[in-house]
Design a protein. Sequence first.
Length: 265
Amino acid sequence: MLKPYRRNWVEIIGSSHGLVCISPCEGALFLYNPTTGESKRLLISAGGEEFQTIGFGFDDLTDDYKVVKLVADGDNVLKSSVYSLKSDSWRWIRDLSYEHKDCFSSGVTLRGAVHWVFANDSQRVVLAFDFKTEEFREMLLPGEEAEDCGHSYRNFVVGVINGRLCLVNSCYEVHDDVWVMDEYGVASSWRRIRISLLYRSMKPLCSSENGEEVLLELDGDMVLYNFESHGSRYLGIRGVKLSDGFEADAYVESLISPNSYGFVN
């Protein structure tokens, strides 16, 4: 008799200031501290939406952890809401009008904002949500050269390399480049970098202090890549079979409790 399928894969939404936001199944969202083992489940509507994406970060102005959620209603309207750990509640922010064909991944947090790739009426853009101001802003992509991929399905995702925003073409066909924004928010500072690895999907995880090496999640493997020598080394994790699929993110140890943070006794 066949055993019923059980999902054992956990999506990592993001990591910030000692807490990690994870989704172990559809409709479930947790703030988790891997050091202490404490977790807090956030109330969130379960399923039913055509599309949704989530971002996680820290607002250092109000000293608060926040989760932002974008949900599509089927007419290219994204309803945005934000969760505050201090108030333990969700608030509607505003409705947005974007196509969501490029954004089947969680947002990437950098400089106090979470970023995705969306398309407006005329072009793809990087859409950023600022955790301090709770406002959205657009940043232009590198331009036509970034979209010179001739494959039928094109999919762009954002990442972070050496503290800089980057753009990866993850269209499930082979690529060997990545775009890096040298000056944050300045569209003219996008720079194309060729790498000596071929990939279909790639996610930068973290960089060395000197910026020479970056740890990548690349086509189901964990790879350490050197930008100076263009050498690479495939890494394994003892006791983990990476070929079965994995999620990874950078985490800084802390004793912060998601259950009592911000609450006054």
